[in-house]
Design a protein around this ligand. Structure first.
Ligand code: HEC
Ligand code: HEC
Length: 338
């Protein structure tokens, strides 16, 4: 069920500034500077470098055509600008690829929460017939062992040969650096009142108040880490997507998907688990009319909002304040502006 947290720093601020909103809004807090690093997989510099190399290398796929970055496109906020991803041999998957930015903070990964760590997650696409399509992992490992760069790099990082676990560990170490803790929104929460413009401040009030977004989109990731059915229209190759039910087999979970994190959301169109909405305006209009219809029970929190045009555009301005940059992007920019 929904978790409403009313205490803490932001709750106190809100009780003061928006007394009407406090009844249901969850806590909005800045993102910590770095996600937790598992003790078994410390992110040394050379491991991160190796992981980055792997992430961008199409030789990880069966026919050498598709890298992780093919579906997690850096210029599209590390998400996929196509509604559903296209893998090896042009096969279409059933879901829109979420961003890898800040994925390291999520305790459960994928739209249905079926993976519990980045290490576990990374192995998925390598073997997935629609994604990188490696029929057996030994072939992949054998292929990388033939490449001199990897022989040297794996030995340097792990003191041993290429293995599936080490591939997953390196990719995860790199992903833990793809974080954007310093957005204008975070700076605002930490007390920089000028970090948001007036439209964004009004948008934030709607996010917590009339728009009811913060009921589900709260916490450091703007996600309650829970699963809800909004009645998102099912489009694309799948006629039905049961969502969370496939993991839990609990009938109540039919049609429920993980509350998406909203960081960098303006960069990662299209939206929802099947990429049905092209723009943030489409998303806001969808919520405004009370979501969609569903063969399964819809979440009672989704009700018509009656937002004005101005309120919708303020809300969208606010969502843009959730864009942040990774350290690499910042240093790249700094080096170019010199
Ligand atoms: C063919 C496209 C494709 C390729 C290639 C691909 N992914 Fe994905 N990725 C997706 C899709 C689609 C999802 C969502 C699937 C779902 O939820 O069922 C996803 C989900 C993820 C997630 C979970 C994000 C979250 O918020 O839960 C991570 C992390 C990730 N991919 C990393 C990788 C890595 C690392 C690689 C390379 C080894 C990779 N992906 C290759 C399409 C792709
Ligand atoms: C009942 C909980 C709930 C409420 C309330 C809610 N959301 Fe969501 N949100 C979700 C879930 C769950 C998803 C993923 C749904 C899916 O793909 O089927 C989502 C997805 C989104 C997405 C797309 C994310 C992506 O990566 O594709 C955006 C944008 C979004 N919500 C914004 C909002 C805004 C703005 C509001 C307020 C007007 C709002 N949400 C209210 C639960 C909620």
């Amino acid at each position: 069920m929904m978790n409403i947290v009313r205490k803490g720093f932001w709750g106190t601020v809100m009780a003061f500034a928006f007394p009407a909103a406090i009844a249901w809004a969850g806590t909005l807090v800045p993102l910590s500077a770095a996600p937790t690093m598992p003790a078994q997989n410390l992110g040394t510099k050379s491991k991160v470098e190796l992981g980055k190399h792997l992430f961008f290398d199409p030789r990880l796929s069966k026919n050498g055509s598709i890298s992780c970055a093919f579906c997690h496109v850096p210029t599209a906020g590390y998400a996929d600008p196509r509604p559903v991803s296209i893998g090896v041999d042009n096969r279409r998957g059933g879901r829109n690829s979420p961003t890898v930015l800040n994925a390291a903070y999520f305790p459960k990964l994928f739209w249905d929460g079926r993976a519990s760590s980045l290490e576990e997650q990374a192995i998925g696409p390598l073997g997935n017939p629609v994604e990188m399509a490696n029929p057996d992992y030994n072939a992949l490992v054998g292929r990388l062992r033939k490449i001199r760069y990897y022989r040297v790099a794996f030995y340097k990082v792990y003191g041993g040969a290429v293995s599936l676990d080490r591939i997953a560990q390196s990719l995860s170490a790199f992903e833990r650096t793809l974080v954007t803790p310093d957005s204008p929104y975070d700076r605002y929460l930490m007390g920089d009142v000028n970090a948001l413009n007036d439209a964004q401040k009004r948008g934030l009030a709607i996010f917590k108040g009339k728009g009811r977004c913060a009921v589900c989109h709260n916490g450091p990731l703007l996600s309650d880490l829970s699963y809800h059915n909004l009645g998102v229209p099912q489009v694309g190759p799948l006629a039905v997507d049961v969502g969370r039910y496939a993991v839990t087999h609990n009938p109540e979970d039919k049609g429920r998907f993980r509350t998406a994190g909203l960081r960098n959301i303006a960069l990662t169109a299209p939206y929802m688990h099947d990429g049905v909405f092209r723009t943030l305006r489409d998303v806001v209009d969808f919520y405004d009319k009370g979501g969609g219809s569903s063969p399964y029970p819809k979440d009672p929190l989704i009700v018509p909002l009656h937002l004005t045009d101005q309120e919708k555009s303020d809300l969208i301005s606010f969502l843009k304040s959730l864009n942040g940059e990774t350290k690499t992007q910042e240093s790249y920019r700094a080096s170019r502006s010199r």
